[in-house]
Design a protein around this ligand. Structure first.
Ligand code: HEM
Length: 173
């Protein structure tokens, strides 16, 4: 009943009972799926036995799929912000954290991770595809990949956490 009343008064915009747009809601929810998949993909290679090369192959394809999803999500997000939702601020104005600029600060912190993350992912994926043999197996490039892979995975994790905080401050509170 409350849901219907709020829908009728146009307080809902996306599919979650918050002030977020469809795309903001989608990214908010999608990140809850992306993070466990990313963790599982790294877990596969980290705890494999040396002979279990099929786990490297799984890691490769999971990471390529996550990279493609990230690319589609970033593009859809940009299209939404520029052409469909346009003004996320009007959706966030009702937040008790809006006037004090806490919402703005949380967005800046989020962008510190969200902007470099796709660039890091492109770099890690392109270099891995160039350097690892086919079929995938550890090689002299492994240690560099592990370093950059950990940085790229951490950046993605931080993008998700800071994104969830921003979403909550702007569109839930
Ligand atoms: C953004 C995409 C990727 C991320 C974030 C990533 C992340 C990682 C991380 C963190 C590790 C080290 C795990 C540990 O601590 O032991 C790792 C290992 C590995 N990755 Fe990736 N990876 C990515 C893409 C790829 C791709 C595209 C390939 C293959 C072409 C690949 C092949 C491997 C292999 C073979 C290992 C094991 C290295 C070894 O044990 O010697 N990765 N990756």
């Amino acid at each position: 009943m409350l849901f219907l009343a709020q829908t009728a008064s146009n307080d809902f915009h996306g599919f979650l009972p918050t002030r977020g747009s469809v795309m903001l809601d989608f990214v908010f929810v999608a990140l809850f799926a992306v993070i466990p998949v990313l963790a599982s993909s790294i877990w596969l290679v980290k705890f494999r036995k040396p002979a279990e090369l099929h786990k490297c192959e799984w890691h490769k394809w999971i990471q390529l799929a996550l990279g493609a999803i990230l690319l589609v999500a970033v593009t859809a997000f940009e299209v939404d912000m520029r052409f469909i939702t346009k003004d996320w601020r009007s959706l966030a104005e009702a937040s008790p954290f809006y006037a004090s600029k806490i919402v703005d600060y949380s967005l800046w912190i989020h962008l510190c991770f969200a902007i470099p993350t796709p660039l890091l992912w492109i770099f890690v994926i392109v270099r891995a595809l160039q350097k690892f043999p086919k079929p995938v197996a550890p090689c002299e490039y492994s240690s560099r990949h592990m370093m950059w892979g950990r940085i790229a995975a951490t950046a993605m994790f931080m993008t998700a956490v800071t994104g969830w905080v921003f979403y909550w401050l702007a569109f839930v509170a």
